[in-house]
Structures are given as C-alpha cells and as structure tokens.
Write a protein that binds this ligand. Structure first.
Ligand SMILES: NC(=O)c1ccc[n+]([C@@H]2O[C@H](COP(=O)([O-])OP(=O)(O)OC[C@H]3O[C@@H](n4cnc5c(N)ncnc54)[C@H](O)[C@@H]3O)[C@@H](O)[C@H]2O)c1
Length: 347
C-alpha cells in the first residue's frame, strides 16, 4: 500500500483543534481510498518558544524536509510572543527554506454559505508570489529619530521569480477554465510592474490556449466585488496577492472557509498546507472554530500528493456538510459537530 508521510504542526490557539479535525478527515479519506497516511506531530508554537526560546528546534527545517507534505494549523499568540518573533521563527523560514514560491488560495462560495455579495457562481484561484517582490526585506533606515530620517524598502523582481510564478499560473489556467488575470500597477510603477507585464506577454505566446488579461490592482479589487464570476486564475505579486486573497476570503464568507497551500512546484522540498486564518485567540477555548478551511487545505494536500480522487471526495463531503447548514454560519456549530458531519458525509 502506498503511504504518504505528513508532518503535523498544529501551532497555537484554534490551530490545534482545526488540524486535529482535518487530520481525522484525511485519515478517513485515506482508508477509503486504499492508501496510507503516516504522521508525526510537532508541538512548535508560542508555548514552546516560552519554554525553550525557539519556535522550532535548530534542526527543524531538516526534520521537516523528510516528509512528503506539511499540514499547519496557525502560528501566533500576540499576548505572549510578538507576532514578528513567531512568524519569523516558524512560518516564514519554512516557506523560504522549501522554496514554496506559489501561495495558492481558492475562492468560491460553498453551498449553504452566504457571502456578503449576494452573488453566487464565482470560482477564483488566486496565486500569490511567495518569495520576493515587495516582501523581499531589502531596505534600511538612516538618521533614525531625526527629522532627516529616511526609510527605504526595495521591491525585488527577478526574471526567474516572475517567470516561474506566471508559468505556474498559466499551467493552472490550462487545467481550469483557460483564463488568466495578471495583476500589476504598471501605470504607476514603471520598472518592476512593466517588467511583469512584459514577462506575461512573452509567456502568453507559449500558451495560445489561455486567454490573458492584465489588470491593475485597483481595478481587479473592484472586480472581485462587482463581477467575481468573470475571473478564473489570478496571479499577483507578494503584496498585491496578500491583499487580494483577503478580499477573496471575505467574499467567500470569511476566514472559516479560506484554504491555502504553499507549493514548491518543482517538488524539491515538501509543500505546506494551512488555513488562511490565524490562531483566533478570541475564540480559542470555546470549541467553535470552523474547521472547514483546514479540512479544505487538507484536500489540497491530498491533491498535491496525487490522491486526486480522495481530494475530490473530501471537497464533496465539505459541500454536503455546508449545504445541510452545518458549519455554514459562523459560531452556530461546534468544531466537533462540523467535523463529525464531514466524516459522515464521507462515509
Ligand atoms: N498563517 C498563520 O499562521 C496566521 C495567519 C493569520 C494570523 N496569524 C496569527 O494569529 C494570531 C491572531 O491573529 P488575528 O486575530 O489577526 O487573525 P485570526 O485569523 O486569528 O482571527 C481573525 C478573526 O476571525 C475569526 N476566525 C478566524 N478563524 C476562524 C475559524 N476557523 N472559525 C471561526 N472564526 C475564525 C477569529 O475569531 C477572529 O475574530 C496573531 O498572532 C497572528 O499573527 C497567523
């Protein structure tokens, strides 16, 4: 029997409950699909930081490298550990070390879920560049604290980085409805974004079957609200993708439904799957976290491991659950009720 190994990093707050829920569903799907899932749980979190002074051990990256995939809950507990410490101590080093340059997030309304738009029928796959651009961390400050103070932050766009994320987008568009939206602000940012548009045009020639449209970030933000059904695959830089995917999460009903994957498309290291939401300290001990986003992220993990049929069954089970009104309205059902309903739907 084929067996995949998955590192579980539940993290903080509701990350623990939703990872447990997702793992139960994945194991059930594996049992039904005739393949195995092995796991090891890592308690890397803010609590661990308080005990040991590190979010993960020194050899954490090497430990994770031997797994086929990583399922992560949420990282952060700002009352105890500054977000800059927790994020830079766990999540960001993994994304960087494993070259997970494509951050992908599906945005569509699940049956039974009421989004804020009173609109149905949209199905967007947002692809955010995850390693460079505006978040490269290149910059500095001089004359701090004086009125001559200067802060500079440089966005870095490399041909390798831009080409590979756009190519990933074209490939996804080819597998979906054949439409690609490339997002820039090339009217105002005349170097990096004009370069991005040029690379988009060069690649478009290689994918004549994909219909490409270039949008400015402000225009596509409005389109997400006014006409989301006209979009298919959307590719954006690190900053623009970060903002657009929160808008995407909002129109699909909120953070309880927003799944994501950090993909290393070359498969030279494990990819990481996680709900978009954080540790939700405000509800962490109430047992009402919605596990749908984590379960959906788990389905993306199965898909990435080549277990497409099992992934489709998990998505169908989520849809049957929300269509029955369970997990569709924030706070109405407990985490374990929603998980049990998804497991039942799988059966
Ligand atoms: N990828 C990550 O690990 C990640 C992402 C975002 C935030 N964080 C961290 O999480 C901590 C809390 O951040 P925040 O409060 O800004 O964002 P959050 O996503 O944790 O919570 C925002 C709001 O959404 C609600 N919410 C989130 N997920 C939910 C779910 N599954 N079911 C029901 N309600 C849900 C919360 O109760 C809260 O009201 C911070 O430390 C932050 O840095 C981590």
């Amino acid at each position: 029997m084929k067996t995949h190994s998955v590192a579980l990093v539940p993290g903080d707050g509701i990350g623990v409950a939703v990872t447990e829920a997702a793992w139960q569903v994945l194991q059930r799907a594996a049992g039904q699909g005739g393949f195995g899932l092995d796991s090891e749980i890592f308690d890397w979190s803010c609590d661990r930081y308080l005990e040991t002074g590190r979010m993960m051990p020194e050899d954490g990256i090497e430990t994770l490298r031997r797994f086929d995939a990583i399922l992560l809950g949420a990282v952060g507990w700002p009352a105890k550990v500054p977000d800059s410490v927790s994020l830079h101590g766990l999540l960001l080093p993994i994304r960087k070390a494993f070259d997970q340059y494509a951050n992908i997030r599906p945005h569509r309304l699940l049956p039974g879920v009421e989004g804020p738009l009173r609109k149905e029928g949209f199905d967007i796959l947002c692809i955010r560049e995850n390693t460079e651009g505006e978040y490269s961390g290149a910059g500095g400050r001089v004359h701090q604290g004086t009125d001559a103070e200067v802060a500079v932050e440089t966005a870095i766009f490399t041909r390798r980085g831009v080409e590979r994320i756009l190519r990933f987008g074209f490939e996804q568009a080819r597998r979906r409805r054949g439409r690609l939206a490339s997002v820039t602000k090339s009217n105002a940012q005349k170097y990096s974004m004009v370069f991005w548009d040029e690379v988009t045009r060069e690649l478009a020639a290689e994918y004549p079957d994909v219909e490409v449209t270039s949008y400015h970030i402000d225009a596509i933000a409005a389109r997400f609200v006014m006409a989301p059904e006209t979009l298919d695959v959307v590719v954006a830089s690190n900053l623009f993708g970060d903002i657009l995917t929160d808008l995407g999460a909002a129109i699909q009903g909120g953070l309880g439904f927003a799944a994501s994957a950090n993909i290393n498309p070359a498969r030279t290291a494990p990819s990481m799957f996680e709900p978009v939401h954080g540790s939700a300290p405000d509800i962490a001990h109430l047992g009402i976290a919605n596990p749908v986003a984590a379960i959906w992220s788990g389905a993306m993990l199965l898909e990435h491991l080549g277990e497409t049929e099992a992934a489709e069954r998990v998505i169908a089970a989520i849809e049957r659950t929300t269509a029955a009104g369970i997990g569709a309205v924030p706070g109405r059902h407990r985490t374990e009720e929603i998980t049990a309903a998804v497991l039942n739907a799988l059966d």
